[in-house]
Design a protein around this ligand. Sequence first.
Ligand SMILES: [Zn+2]
Length: 647
Amino acid sequence: MFKALVQAYARFKGDELFLPTAHKWRVPTWVIELDENNRYFIKGPYGREDHAPLPAPDRQRSGKVAGGNLKPKLLFDDPRYTLGLNFGGDKNSEVDLMHTGYLNLISSAADSTKEPLLAKVAYLLQSSLVNELKRDFISKRKTELEARAKERSRRGRKGWEVIFSELWGESKGELITFSFKGAYLVRLPAVQRFWAEHLKDELVIARSQCSICGEENDIVRLIPGEVTIQGQNCQITSFNERAFDSFGKRQTPNASICFECATKAVDTLRYLLNPRSRHSYNVVGDKDATSSLGRITAIFWISQSIKVEPSELNMSDFNFDTLEDFLGRITASEPPPAIRATLETIKRSLKAPYKPTPLTAQTDFHLMLVAANNRRFVLRDHISQPVSLILEQVERWLQASEIVDYFGHQRVPSLITLTKALAYRPGSRKHNLNPTHARTLYRTAYTGTSPSYGVLAKALSNFKNPKLFELADSHDGKLSESRQTAQLMLWGLASVIKLWIAYRKGEKGMEQLEERRGSVPYLLGRLLAWLERIQWEASGRTLERTIAQTHFGIASYAPALAFGQLLKSATIAHLPKLKKSHDNKQAGFAVNAEKELGRIASSIGKLPKTLTLEEQAEFALGFYHQRADFRAKTRERKEAEAEVGHE
Ligand SMILES: [Zn+2]
């Protein structure tokens, strides 16, 4: 993984969103603007809405401030470091130390870069001018906070003085930076280079061979910098996939890595995680997951840029910007069936001799699944494959996962839907995710590996949850949100079961009801759906709970035990009752249903005692397909009736 990121550095470093080494996007609260005559103007306070983020020098800062532990940030730090101002909460002696450290850093940056603007800042902060600057800063802050406190006090019950003192204490985290006639000093290349070199001196422990570039180089003691995942700032302690097993708690020893490789990898990772670069998305975000361990972010990229016009390939019809975007996001979206034709065009065009960038065997697509756990970076998986192979796999995936939804429309669910379906708890909005399942599904989609038995077992156990059908079939208006979720999750689970069969057994089809499919478990599933429908009609469509809700689990596991009684009630009670009905539609239905029941039952023959896990998968699909088919037919009939009505 480390190597892949270092290699990707060359491709992305020129992008305007790519940060210089050891920098982070930050919005300054205050900008001290200088001019030729050593005059200054304090501009601010700014927030996200009124100031664009700047590349701010960044570093780890932890532990108690002491002579040996001073970690100022160059030209981008808070009032304690920048001006030596104590807003409370710190000892004066500590703030003095912070400010001294900051001044020393500016001086040494000015010396080493010979940058006259840095010398200007150093002069301002070390001459007598600084006292005036501090006074101005404090009074500007005071005026601004007073106004804010009075405003809040008018709306609340607290006195403005109380609010003011709270705000005053909070202001120690505000960031101050410098500009000269509108140009920010942190943007100067010499300043950025100095910062990287400065950090390097602190981090390097030895000279040895780097395991990534193979050069005799300066080896770092820890990986510099943090990355932001789902709003959490995470320290990278390890790039090992093993970190997953230890949940990132144990510090796994890294191989020797040089400063250059380490920073290239982190800088690239930050770029890819920046939402504006469109190289990542949340598979399961914090709004969906019960625990931080369940949150997963996917990052993707191609090792070299491939120029393919989206419009030429109809990709823009589906909102994909580039081939890279297409490969990364196709599994995360729910594309209409027409996407298959586009995929074919892409494959053909990449093979064509005139293509602008030749696809070589080395053009790899990369996908990483990452998470943040207790402010630590956790790598769940890293998949890398040649683009040509990925295209084949994605096509296979779309085929394998496509299935009718709850209402009988044939569609492809997204990997996000499938991941959530496996973690679904009916009635709860949060999902209890097992990251291994998400990982397995991504592996299947992008590498063609068959999904594990664990995934099937989980899908079936969720499918058997009576609460799932209860919610999906509910007519209660108050439950509409839960109902929609349950219907979506049911579709997702059916898709997982279907794709499991497709990959394990190499079977095609099964997108919708297959009336000719002779598999006994599949027929049994259909039989249960018919029995449920018959019972439902016979009850006058008023049942609280259907037999699917009460009997699905046992019927899919021990058919002989469950079906005897169910068949008896249908043939002795429900069907005769329906046939006697004065409603012609009901009587007609009963005749058809009896025929269908007989046909299915005779194809089944003797009822099996138990079904294996794989057979239960067939059972679930038979049941699901048959129900979706009922809904599709009802819809078609209603549409036809509506047409007639309009004529
Ligand atoms: Zn190296």
